[in-house]
Ligand binder design. Structure first.
Ligand code: PDD
Length: 296
């Protein structure tokens, strides 16, 4: 009955508005990288339930991802209490989310960013002691790196480690096996063989990677899509990263080990040239076809 006259409200960094009108920037890192943490708190008879332990866990989650929430738990508790009251919410939930904030896209932590703190109320009715039917699924959280998902928090944290170490990229290693970079695919060259981990559970099918594999074959390289160990990477003649933003970037040092001669190797140079050629060709093909379709 009371729920009927309630109004779901949203509090974002100090401003309150109806939930349906609440807006967050599209550059919020929660939206772009899933770079945030959250809590769901039950509301019974107009009161938040177990608010303190929820907020304590929120603090631990924030610490875990190094977001420094600008508000104390005492303050957020007051915000929750006020919002539930103003909403006239009787039965439902309070949702609390803290993201790293709004910044131009880049995996590493942005400087001078204010976290986005959001609290909203939702009216919901739950059945007590409900019956549930279940199925079993393989626990593959998150073994689907082939999906270019925005759930990039592990990549964000890895990239930040690289920044802290004063290097350019972090490469994920599973057991002893190299998978991919936080924001790139990785390959090594041994003799005239290019070796790169196969795409799948732990490796995104990079567009740049695929183009480079085709160009490598054209250049007369042998291409092996198989995993290699970090030790094999240290001992490689050449190693490089591939991504849309980098194209081909040669690796000079890996965990402090110099790779090859410490200069850009000949195969990486050839691949980079071949990539440039391929890229320029496809840009000019596109320009030609769009100018001919304009004049048609
Ligand atoms: N990242 N692997 C990961 C985890 C990536 O994030 C990327 C690209 C790649 C390379 O994919 P492609 O060649 O299709 O760009 C591999 C982009 C550049 C980014 O998130 O900024």
């Amino acid at each position: 009955m009371l729920n009927r006259i309630m109004e779901e409200l949203c509090w974002i960094n100090g401003s309150v508005c109806p939930l349906s009108q609440a807006r967050i920037s599209v550059e919020d890192r929660g939206f772009v990288f899933a770079d945030g943490v959250y809590e769901v708190i039950r509301v019974y008879q107009g009161r938040g339930f177990a608010v303190k332990p929820h907020l304590q866990r929120l603090v631990r989650s924030c610490e875990g991802v190094e977001i420094s929430c600008p508000y104390s738990n005492q303050f957020i508790e007051k915000v929750i209490g006020d919002l539930v009251m103003q909403s006239r919410l009787q039965e439902g939930i309070v949702y609390v989310q803290v993201t790293r904030g709004v910044a131009p896209r880049g995996h590493a932590f942005p400087k001078d960013v204010t976290p986005t703190v959001m609290v909203y109320t939702r009216s919901m009715l739950f059945t007590r002691l409900a019956s549930q039917r279940v199925i079993s699924v393989t626990d593959d959280r998150w073994d689907r790196c082939w999906i270019k998902s925005i759930a990039l928090l592990p990549n964000v944290l890895a990239k930040q480690k690289a920044v802290r170490a004063g290097v350019d990229e972090a490469v994920f290693v599973d057991g002893d096996h190299v998978q991919e970079g936080a924001t790139s695919n990785v390959a090594i060259v041994r003799g005239q063989t290019l070796i790169t981990p196969p795409v799948g559970e732990k490796v995104l099918p990079g567009v740049t990677r695929q183009i480079l594999l085709e160009l490598a074959e054209e250049q007369g390289m042998d291409v092996l899509e198989q995993t290699f160990t970090v030790q094999e990477a240290y001992a490689a003649d050449e190693a490089f990263l591939a991504s849309t933003t980098r194209e081909v970037a040669w690796i000079s040092e890996w965990d402090g080990h110099q790779i090859g001669s410490g200069r850009c190797g000949k195969w990486t140079q050839r691949l980079s040239q071949a990539f440039e050629h391929y890229r320029d060709q496809s840009v000019s093909d596109f320009n030609d076809s769009s100018s001919s379709s304009r004049s048609a």
